[in-house]
Design a protein around this ligand. Sequence first.
Ligand SMILES: O=C(O)c1ccccc1N[C@@H]1O[C@H](COP(=O)(O)O)[C@@H](O)[C@H]1O
Length: 224
Amino acid sequence: MKPDIKICGLKTPEAVDRAAQRGASHIGFIFFQKSPRNIEPDIAGALADRVRGRVKTVAVTVDANNDDLDEIIALLRPDILQFHGHETPERLLTVKAVTGLPIMKAFSIRDADDLKRIEPYIGIADRFLFDAKPPAGSDLPGGNGVSFDWRLLRSLDDSVDYMLSGGLNKDNIAEAMSETGARAIDVSSGVESAPGVKDLQMMDEFFAAVAEATRRAPVSGSVK
Ligand SMILES: O=C(O)c1ccccc1N[C@@H]1O[C@H](COP(=O)(O)O)[C@@H](O)[C@H]1O
Protein backbone atom coordinates (compact mmCIF):
# COMPACT_ATOMS: atom_id res chain seq x y z
CA MET A 1 0.00 0.00 0.00
CA LYS A 2 1.20 3.50 -0.84
CA PRO A 3 2.33 5.45 2.22
CA ASP A 4 0.80 8.74 3.24
CA ILE A 5 2.93 11.47 1.66
CA LYS A 6 3.14 14.94 3.14
CA ILE A 7 4.77 17.72 1.17
CA CYS A 8 5.60 20.45 3.64
CA GLY A 9 6.40 24.13 3.41
CA LEU A 10 4.28 24.95 0.36
CA LYS A 11 3.91 28.58 -0.70
CA THR A 12 2.67 28.65 -4.29
CA PRO A 13 -0.46 27.50 -6.17
CA GLU A 14 1.73 25.57 -8.62
CA ALA A 15 3.35 23.52 -5.87
CA VAL A 16 0.03 22.88 -4.11
CA ASP A 17 -1.60 21.76 -7.37
CA ARG A 18 1.33 19.52 -8.28
CA ALA A 19 1.37 17.88 -4.84
CA ALA A 20 -2.34 17.10 -5.18
CA GLN A 21 -2.00 15.85 -8.77
CA ARG A 22 0.81 13.52 -7.81
CA GLY A 23 -1.15 12.03 -4.94
CA ALA A 24 0.01 13.77 -1.78
CA SER A 25 -2.18 12.80 1.15
CA HIS A 26 -1.14 15.86 3.15
CA ILE A 27 0.29 19.31 2.49
CA GLY A 28 1.91 21.37 5.21
CA PHE A 29 2.11 25.10 5.79
CA ILE A 30 4.81 26.56 8.04
CA PHE A 31 3.93 29.27 10.53
CA PHE A 32 7.35 30.16 11.91
CA GLN A 33 8.80 33.59 11.26
CA LYS A 34 12.41 32.47 10.92
CA SER A 35 11.64 29.87 8.28
CA PRO A 36 12.15 30.52 4.56
CA ARG A 37 8.86 28.62 4.24
CA ASN A 38 6.91 30.89 6.57
CA ILE A 39 3.51 31.86 5.19
CA GLU A 40 0.71 34.15 6.31
CA PRO A 41 -2.41 32.27 7.46
CA ASP A 42 -4.76 33.97 4.96
CA ILE A 43 -2.48 33.07 2.04
CA ALA A 44 -2.18 29.50 3.29
CA GLY A 45 -5.99 29.36 3.54
CA ALA A 46 -6.40 30.42 -0.08
CA LEU A 47 -3.84 27.83 -1.20
CA ALA A 48 -5.56 25.11 0.84
CA ASP A 49 -8.91 25.97 -0.76
CA ARG A 50 -7.51 24.72 -4.08
CA VAL A 51 -7.34 21.15 -2.80
CA ARG A 52 -9.65 21.16 0.21
CA GLY A 53 -11.40 17.84 0.72
CA ARG A 54 -8.87 16.03 -1.50
CA VAL A 55 -5.66 16.59 0.45
CA LYS A 56 -5.36 17.08 4.20
CA THR A 57 -3.88 20.38 5.25
CA VAL A 58 -1.45 20.52 8.15
CA ALA A 59 -0.63 23.67 10.13
CA VAL A 60 2.96 23.48 11.38
CA THR A 61 3.67 25.66 14.42
CA VAL A 62 6.47 25.99 16.97
CA ASP A 63 5.42 26.81 20.54
CA ALA A 64 2.60 28.97 19.18
CA ASN A 65 0.48 30.98 21.59
CA ASN A 66 -3.32 30.82 21.68
CA ASP A 67 -3.83 33.98 19.63
CA ASP A 68 -1.60 32.75 16.83
CA LEU A 69 -3.23 29.32 16.84
CA ASP A 70 -6.69 30.87 16.77
CA GLU A 71 -5.78 32.99 13.75
CA ILE A 72 -4.20 30.07 11.88
CA ILE A 73 -7.18 27.82 12.55
CA ALA A 74 -9.68 30.51 11.53
CA LEU A 75 -7.92 31.40 8.28
CA LEU A 76 -6.41 28.09 7.17
CA ARG A 77 -9.07 25.72 8.54
CA PRO A 78 -6.47 22.92 8.82
CA ASP A 79 -7.30 19.24 9.08
CA ILE A 80 -4.38 18.58 11.42
CA LEU A 81 -2.21 20.62 13.80
CA GLN A 82 1.51 19.77 13.78
CA PHE A 83 3.49 20.90 16.81
CA HIS A 84 7.22 21.18 16.18
CA GLY A 85 8.36 22.87 19.39
CA HIS A 86 8.51 22.04 23.09
CA GLU A 87 4.77 21.72 23.60
CA THR A 88 3.91 19.69 26.72
CA PRO A 89 1.34 16.87 26.83
CA GLU A 90 -0.88 19.14 28.94
CA ARG A 91 -0.70 21.91 26.35
CA LEU A 92 -1.64 19.52 23.57
CA LEU A 93 -4.54 18.07 25.59
CA THR A 94 -5.90 21.57 26.05
CA VAL A 95 -5.49 22.49 22.39
CA LYS A 96 -7.14 19.24 21.35
CA ALA A 97 -10.08 19.77 23.68
CA VAL A 98 -10.59 23.36 22.56
CA THR A 99 -10.08 22.90 18.81
CA GLY A 100 -11.27 19.32 18.31
CA LEU A 101 -8.49 18.89 15.73
CA PRO A 102 -6.15 15.89 15.42
CA ILE A 103 -2.64 16.53 16.62
CA MET A 104 0.71 15.46 15.21
CA LYS A 105 3.61 15.97 17.61
CA ALA A 106 7.11 16.21 16.19
CA PHE A 107 10.18 14.83 17.97
CA SER A 108 13.83 15.35 17.07
CA ILE A 109 15.67 12.05 17.10
CA ARG A 110 19.37 11.38 17.53
CA ASP A 111 19.51 8.36 19.83
CA ALA A 112 17.27 5.77 21.47
CA ASP A 113 16.59 8.00 24.48
CA ASP A 114 14.99 10.60 22.22
CA LEU A 115 12.33 8.06 21.25
CA LYS A 116 11.45 7.49 24.91
CA ARG A 117 10.30 11.10 25.10
CA ILE A 118 7.14 10.20 23.19
CA GLU A 119 5.78 8.12 26.07
CA PRO A 120 3.86 10.89 27.90
CA TYR A 121 2.27 11.87 24.59
CA ILE A 122 0.90 8.42 23.72
CA GLY A 123 -2.88 8.65 23.77
CA ILE A 124 -2.72 12.43 23.30
CA ALA A 125 -0.96 12.86 19.94
CA ASP A 126 -2.91 11.24 17.13
CA ARG A 127 0.31 10.73 15.24
CA PHE A 128 3.99 11.39 15.81
CA LEU A 129 6.48 12.90 13.40
CA PHE A 130 10.11 11.88 13.72
CA ASP A 131 12.63 14.38 12.43
CA ALA A 132 16.40 14.74 12.92
CA LYS A 133 17.94 17.08 15.48
CA PRO A 134 18.74 20.44 13.89
CA PRO A 135 22.41 21.02 13.05
CA ALA A 136 24.30 23.26 15.48
CA GLY A 137 23.51 26.92 14.85
CA SER A 138 20.34 26.29 12.85
CA ASP A 139 17.45 28.70 13.49
CA LEU A 140 14.97 26.03 12.46
CA PRO A 141 13.66 23.14 14.57
CA GLY A 142 12.76 21.35 11.31
CA GLY A 143 13.17 21.71 7.58
CA ASN A 144 16.94 21.36 7.81
CA GLY A 145 17.28 18.55 5.28
CA VAL A 146 19.12 16.26 7.68
CA SER A 147 18.31 12.64 8.47
CA PHE A 148 18.69 10.53 11.61
CA ASP A 149 19.58 6.87 12.03
CA TRP A 150 16.40 5.21 10.78
CA ARG A 151 17.40 1.92 12.46
CA LEU A 152 16.44 3.50 15.80
CA LEU A 153 12.78 3.13 14.80
CA ARG A 154 13.08 -0.68 14.82
CA SER A 155 12.52 -0.62 18.57
CA LEU A 156 9.16 1.14 18.25
CA ASP A 157 5.97 -0.71 19.03
CA ASP A 158 3.99 -1.26 15.82
CA SER A 159 1.01 0.53 17.37
CA VAL A 160 2.91 3.84 17.31
CA ASP A 161 1.66 5.73 14.27
CA TYR A 162 4.23 8.13 12.88
CA MET A 163 5.40 10.10 9.89
CA LEU A 164 9.03 9.67 8.94
CA SER A 165 10.68 13.01 8.29
CA GLY A 166 14.07 14.67 8.08
CA GLY A 167 16.29 14.90 5.04
CA LEU A 168 14.20 12.65 2.81
CA ASN A 169 14.71 12.98 -0.93
CA LYS A 170 14.38 10.97 -4.14
CA ASP A 171 17.74 9.29 -3.59
CA ASN A 172 17.21 8.00 -0.06
CA ILE A 173 13.47 7.45 0.20
CA ALA A 174 13.60 3.79 -0.92
CA GLU A 175 16.16 2.96 1.74
CA ALA A 176 14.26 4.98 4.36
CA MET A 177 11.04 3.13 3.59
CA SER A 178 12.61 -0.30 3.55
CA GLU A 179 14.60 0.36 6.73
CA THR A 180 11.62 1.65 8.70
CA GLY A 181 8.47 0.30 7.03
CA ALA A 182 7.08 3.81 7.60
CA ARG A 183 3.43 4.13 6.67
CA ALA A 184 3.73 7.88 6.27
CA ILE A 185 6.54 10.12 5.01
CA ASP A 186 7.17 13.84 5.06
CA VAL A 187 9.46 15.91 2.83
CA SER A 188 10.30 19.57 2.54
CA SER A 189 13.81 20.67 1.58
CA GLY A 190 14.37 17.45 -0.40
CA VAL A 191 12.04 18.83 -3.08
CA GLU A 192 13.47 22.36 -3.10
CA SER A 193 15.94 24.04 -5.46
CA ALA A 194 16.74 26.67 -2.78
CA PRO A 195 15.51 27.16 0.81
CA GLY A 196 11.75 27.68 0.62
CA VAL A 197 11.55 27.22 -3.17
CA LYS A 198 9.71 24.07 -4.16
CA ASP A 199 10.86 22.57 -7.46
CA LEU A 200 8.08 20.86 -9.43
CA GLN A 201 10.45 18.47 -11.14
CA MET A 202 12.01 17.45 -7.84
CA MET A 203 8.51 16.87 -6.49
CA ASP A 204 7.71 14.65 -9.49
CA GLU A 205 10.93 12.71 -8.97
CA PHE A 206 10.18 12.24 -5.29
CA PHE A 207 6.69 10.87 -5.99
CA ALA A 208 8.13 8.58 -8.67
CA ALA A 209 10.77 7.28 -6.26
CA VAL A 210 8.10 6.57 -3.62
CA ALA A 211 5.98 4.74 -6.19
CA GLU A 212 8.96 2.65 -7.26
CA ALA A 213 9.91 1.84 -3.67
CA THR A 214 6.30 0.90 -2.91
CA ARG A 215 6.19 -1.43 -5.91
CA ARG A 216 9.32 -3.19 -4.70
CA ALA A 217 8.32 -3.46 -1.06
CA PRO A 218 4.65 -2.72 -0.46
CA VAL A 219 4.01 -0.91 2.80
CA SER A 220 1.93 -3.12 5.07
CA GLY A 221 -0.68 -2.23 7.66
CA SER A 222 -3.41 0.37 7.74
CA VAL A 223 -2.81 3.96 6.80
CA LYS A 224 -4.69 6.81 8.43
O1 LIG B 1 10.45 23.54 7.20
C1 LIG B 1 10.61 24.43 8.07
O2 LIG B 1 11.13 25.51 7.78
C2 LIG B 1 10.15 24.19 9.46
C3 LIG B 1 10.16 25.23 10.35
C4 LIG B 1 9.74 25.06 11.65
C5 LIG B 1 9.29 23.83 12.07
C6 LIG B 1 9.26 22.75 11.19
C7 LIG B 1 9.69 22.90 9.90
N1 LIG B 1 9.71 21.86 9.02
C8 LIG B 1 9.37 20.51 9.33
O3 LIG B 1 10.52 19.67 9.20
C9 LIG B 1 10.23 18.62 8.30
C10 LIG B 1 11.48 18.05 7.67
O4 LIG B 1 12.03 18.91 6.75
P1 LIG B 1 13.16 18.44 5.72
O5 LIG B 1 12.50 17.49 4.75
O6 LIG B 1 14.26 17.79 6.47
O7 LIG B 1 13.58 19.69 5.06
C11 LIG B 1 9.27 19.29 7.36
O8 LIG B 1 8.58 18.48 6.52
C12 LIG B 1 8.37 20.00 8.34
O9 LIG B 1 7.45 19.12 8.93
